[in-house]
Design a binder for this molecule. Structure first.
Ligand code: 13P
Ligand code: SF4
Length: 331
C-alpha cells in the first residue's frame, strides 16, 4: 500500500514531541511540512527558544550541528546529512594553516580576531571560539564585523571570501583573500579565506547586464554570497529573509531579478520575479531531502530507533558555543 507521506508526517508531528525545521532552500513539499522556517539566523534563534526535545532539521549539516551546539540537550536528526559545499572548503587544519600564513606575513595571532560564517563545521567554529572570535550569518555580518573591529584587531573571515569582501566593501574597509593575488595581511582590515558558494558563483555581471537590457528599469537583488563584481551592480543585497522582504515591498508591477537559490526565488511572488541566471541555481545538497526522508526520520523516532542523529563532542560544543552565543547575544 502506498504511504501518504504528507498525512503520515502530520500524524507523527501531532503524536511526537518533535519540531520540524526547514531552511528556505528546501524543496517546496518539505518546506511546507515544517513547523519552523527561515534563514540561518532565524532558525538558530527559533530552535534555541523551541521547547520540544526532538528537532528534525531539513537543511545542510552545519545547520543541524549548530542546533546541537546551542542546545546540546536536544536530540537533533537530519533526514539527509547533506553537506554545504562551502562549509567543506575549510576544516580545522586549513584554519590553522591560514592563521600561520597570516603570522608569516607579519601579523601575530594576538592581532587577529576570527569570524566564521555560520556555513562552517562545528570544529571550525570551535577554533574561532577558542581564539575569542564569533559566528555571523549573511543577515548580521555587517553588525558582527563592526563588533569584531571594536577589539582593535584585524578580522580573519572564513570561509566565504565573497561575504567577507562584500561586507568590507560596504563598510569601506580594506580586504584581501589569502592565496589570491597579492594578499598582504598587514595592509588589510579583513583577511578572507578563499572559500565560496558554488551556487552563488553562478550569477555573473553578464546576467545583470542581460536582465537590465531585456527589462529596462528592472531591479537586481542578490545574496551577499555572490561575487563582489555582481554585488557592485545590484540594487539590493541581503540574506534570504531580507531578499523576501525586499521583493514583497516592491510595487507588484516592478520587475526584479533575484540572485539566490532557485527554490527560494521560485516561491517568491510569481509575477514579475525572475531568477538572475540562464542556468537553474539549485543547491544540490539542500535539495537532497525529500518528503519520504522526512517521513522516515520521524517514523524512526516513533519506533525508538532514531536515524541520522547529529553528535558533536563535548569540547567542540564548548568552544563552538562560545562563538555562536557571542553572535546570538548581539541584537
Ligand atoms: P542565509 O543565511 O541567508 O539563510 O543563507 C544560508 C545559505 O546557505 C545561503 O547560501
Ligand atoms: Fe552552501 Fe551554497 Fe548551498 Fe548555501 S547555497 S547551503 S552556501 S552550497
Amino acid at each position: 500500500m502506498e504511504i501518504d507521506y504528507r498525512a503520515e508526517i502530520e500524524r507523527l508531528k501531532r503524536e511526537l514531541p518533535v519540531t520540524v525545521v526547514a531552511h528556505y532552500y528546501q524543496r517546496d513539499e518539505v518546506f511546507e511540512a515544517a513547523d519552523i522556517t527561515g534563514d540561518s539566523l532565524e532558525l538558530a534563534r527559533k530552535c534555541k527558544a523551541d521547547e520540544n526535545p526532538w528537532v528534525v532539521f531539513c537543511g545542510v549539516g552545519f545547520m543541524g550541528q549548530s542546533v546541537k551546539v546551542i542546545a546540546p540537550e536536544k536530540r537533533v536528526l537530519m533526514p539527509k546529512i547533506a553537506c554545504c559545499a562551502m562549509a567543506r572548503m575549510i576544516d580545522g587544519s586549513y584554519f590553522d594553516d591560514t592563521v600561520e600564513y597570516i603570522e608569516r606575513h607579519g601579523v601575530s595571532r594576538e592581532e587577529i580576531l576570527p569570524i566564521t560564517y555560520i556555513n562552517s563545521d562545528a570544529t571550525v567554529k570551535a577554533k574561532v571560539g577558542k581564539m575569542g572570535g564569533l559566528v555571523c550569518t549573511s543577515s548580521n555580518a555587517v553588525k558582527i564585523i563592526e563588533k569584531g573591529l571594536e577589539s582593535g584587531k584585524k578580522i580573519l573571515f572564513v570561509p566565504d571570501r565573497c561575504l567577507g569582501q562584500n561586507v568590507a566593501n560596504a563598510m569601506g574597509l580594506r580586504s584581501c583573500v589569502v592565496g589570491e593575488g597579492e594578499c598582504d595581511p598587514k595592509e588589510a582590515d579583513v583577511i578572507c579565506f578563499n572559500g565560496f558558494c558554488s551556487v552563488h558563483q553562478l550569477f555573473t555581471p553578464d546576467d545583470v547586464e542581460f536582465y537590465r537590457k531585456r527589462y529596462p528599469g528592472i531591479k537586481i537583488a542578490v545574496h551577499p554570497e555572490c561575487d563582489p563584481s555582481v554585488v557592485a551592480l545590484a540594487d539590493f543585497v541581503g540574506s534570504t529573509s531580507q531578499l523576501i522582504r525586499y521583493v514583497n515591498s516592491l510595487d507588484p508591477e516592478q520587475k526584479v531579478a533575484v540572485g539566490t537559490e532557485y527554490n527560494l526565488v521560485h516561491r517568491m511572488r510569481p509575477k514579475n520575479t525572475y531568477v538572475l541566471s540562464s542556468t537553474k541555481p539549485e543547491c544540490p545538497t539542500m535539495n537532497e531531502t525529500t518528503l519520504e526522508d522526512l517521513y522516515l526520520t520521524l517514523k524512526s523516532i516513533e519506533e525508538g530507533k532514531p536515524i541520522n542523529e547529529i553528535f558533536v563532542d563535548e569540547e567542540t560544543v564548548h568552544y563552538a558555543r562560545l562563538a555562536l552565543d557571542r553572535m546570538l547575544e548581539i541584537r
